[in-house]
Design a protein around this ligand. Structure first.
Ligand code: NAG
Length: 534
């Protein structure tokens, strides 16, 4: 009995000591004073209210996600994986038991009316908890991108020794200005592998871009397997600009891209460009062009010389098969039919063609998107026009009640050279240095706000043939386009943005992104010249 008492006394005091120690441990973490509004977030959130203390992210942190809320647990796991990659910290993800751990990141489904849009989220950062509130997993996903950007790669010295990463405290209320925030990748002029596309998707999603438009066919190549027309890829996919061997996605490859994008709440939009830009299709199946001749594979960079025969029924049954097969493996609501630069198609044939193709796209359950020329056809208001060149066509689309994707070549084409020293790119529309890419407003081109679906930055690939070259043209300009489409006009300011952009360099370096260098370094070092890094 006596031994028992002594033993219990011993254990009781040990427990008390442990509690005291753990309390002391908690108190001993002295966190730096922070300013949430000074962190280099891109895109800039709608509202940021700092409270000057900090959350200590460390090994005693756990992620909790709402139970039975579709997709929330996956969002939590995605965050944990990205934190593991970034700071090598393993954080558990649970749906129950949050009160037993010291520090909690809650990813919480909330039906608050403040979270009106599917992508709206609120982020509360306190000393012992971080709470992400959103209505949908999509909103939570956008919220965790903000949180990822708040985690410092190196924490300050004493904290680093204790393996603690301070997250500035405060509140962020955020939602997108435009629902459609996109980039286009031309995989037809040069082919890019599934892994290349996945890397691009992952980088885009970090900046809350939610659409990747894949330009899957052009004069120089057909890049997606169509089971009912196998020569499209066997012949049409065999080369690319410059005559290298090209390539194509099997339907399984394409599904893998779609799945990877879907996990990042990104929609894939397939484009089959027609009736122009169709040489590769006509080489594979010569009946398509209607002039009785089998064209040669084309490896140059000209545009506007090919057309489908717009009068033949067999051409429309071919298109029906293509749209059907691709639509069946595309969960998103859109199908892009190109429609640009059909210089050798007569105007009335072009209109007839677009009218018919719109019906085919609708029959397969998708909304048609076309480059701005399609607005001259008799299309209905559910179709979408992608304005790239002609303001007159953009106006026609508005008159038809269509929604517009804003992609003016002079401002938003990622394949335009930065300046005369650019290693890749073209300059037929303009030189687009990093500031020019950012300093414009999609809202101010005379297109009513209610007609603007969003902004997309197309990357044509005549001059780029691998992921490094792709990244050189896309980064850092695409980061600016993400802010142009997510953040409201009042929150966009070049002087403020350029500092935030320069602070992206550690992330881009860690992801091994071969961004155009001067753009990021220029503003940090006054003695910088382009020649020093070339
Ligand atoms: C345009 C063409 C495109 C080409 C690009 C190069 C559109 C809609 N059409 O002439 O096929 O790759 O310029 O910048 O942009």
């Amino acid at each position: 009995m006596k031994t028992f008492c002594i033993r219990s006394l011993f254990f009781a005091s040990l427990t008390l000591l442990l509690i005291a120690c753990s309390k002391e441990k908690k108190e001993r973490i002295s966190m730096p004073t922070t300013d949430l509004s000074k962190v280099s977030l891109i895109p800039k959130p709608l509202k940021t209210i700092p409270t000057n203390s900090a959350f200590a992210l460390d090994q005693f942190t756990a992620i909790y996600t709402s139970k039975d809320a579709t997709g929330f647990e996956e969002v939590g796991t995605f965050l944990a994986d990205k934190l593991k990659d970034k700071i090598n910290l393993t954080i558990p993800v649970n749906t129950e038991g949050a009160n037993t751990v010291e520090r909690v990141i809650y990813i919480n489904q909330s039906d608050s009316t403040d979270l009106a849009l599917p992508e709206s989220y609120q982020l509360y950062i306190n000393q012992d908890s971080i709470i992400i509130n959103s209505n949908t997993a999509e909103g939570a996903f956008r919220g965790i991108q903000t949180l990822r950007q708040l985690v410092p790669i190196e924490s300050n010295d004493t904290l680093a020794l204790q393996k603690i990463w301070p997250i500035p405290s405060g509140k962020i209320i955020d939602n997108p200005n435009f629902a459609y925030r996109g980039s286009m990748l031309d995989v037809a002029r040069h082919f890019f592998s599934v892994d290349d596309v996945k890397k691009y998707i992952d980088l885009l999603s970090y900046y809350k871009i939610n659409v990747l438009h894949l330009h899957l066919s052009d004069d120089q190549g057909w890049r997606i397997e169509i089971k009912s027309w196998p020569k499209l890829t066997a012949i049409g996919g065999s080369t690319e600009v410059g005559g290298e061997s090209g390539g194509f996605y099997t339907q399984e490859d394409y599904k893998e891209i779609v799945r990877y994008a879907y996990e990042r709440y990104m929609t894939i939009i397939p484009e089959i460009d027609m009736p122009g830009h169709t040489n590769a299709a006509s080489v594979s199946y010569p009946f398509l062009n209607g002039n009785g001749k089998t064209p040669k594979l084309y490896e140059g960079m000209r545009v506007g010389f090919s057309t489908f025969d717009t009068h033949k029924d067999t051409v429309y049954s071919f298109i029906d098969d293509v749209v059907r097969e691709i639509s069946a493996i595309t969960p998103g609501p859109y199908f892009h039919v190109g429609g640009d630069e059909s210089h050798v198609t007569k105007k009335k044939d072009y209109i007839y063609f677009i009218n018919k193709v719109e019906k085919i796209v609708q029959k397969h359950g998708k909304r048609m998107i076309g480059w701005d020329e399609v607005a001259i056809a008799d299309i209905d208001s559910t179709s979408i026009s992608q304005w790239w060149a002609s303001e007159e066509n953009a106006k026609k689309a508005v008159d038809k009640g269509m929604q517009i994707i804003v992609s003016p070549a002079k401002k938003a084409y990622l394949d335009m050279e930065y300046d005369t020293l650019s290693k890749f790119g073209l300059h037929w529309a303009a030189y687009i240095p990093v500031d020019t890419a950012y300093i414009w407003t999609p809202e101010e081109y005379g297109i009513p706000m209610e007609n603007i679906l969003g902004v997309e930055a197309p990357l044509w690939s005549e001059t780029i043939s691998n992921i490094d070259e792709l990244e050189y043209l896309a980064f850092p300009r695409i980061i600016g386009y993400s802010e142009l489409s997510w953040s409201i006009k009042e929150n966009r300011n070049w002087d403020d943005y350029k500092v935030r952009l320069a602070d992206q360099a550690p992330f881009l370096d860690r992801m091994d992104v071969k961004y155009y260098p001067s753009a990021l370094i220029d503003w940090k070092k006054s003695d910088f010249t382009y020649e020093t890094i070339k």
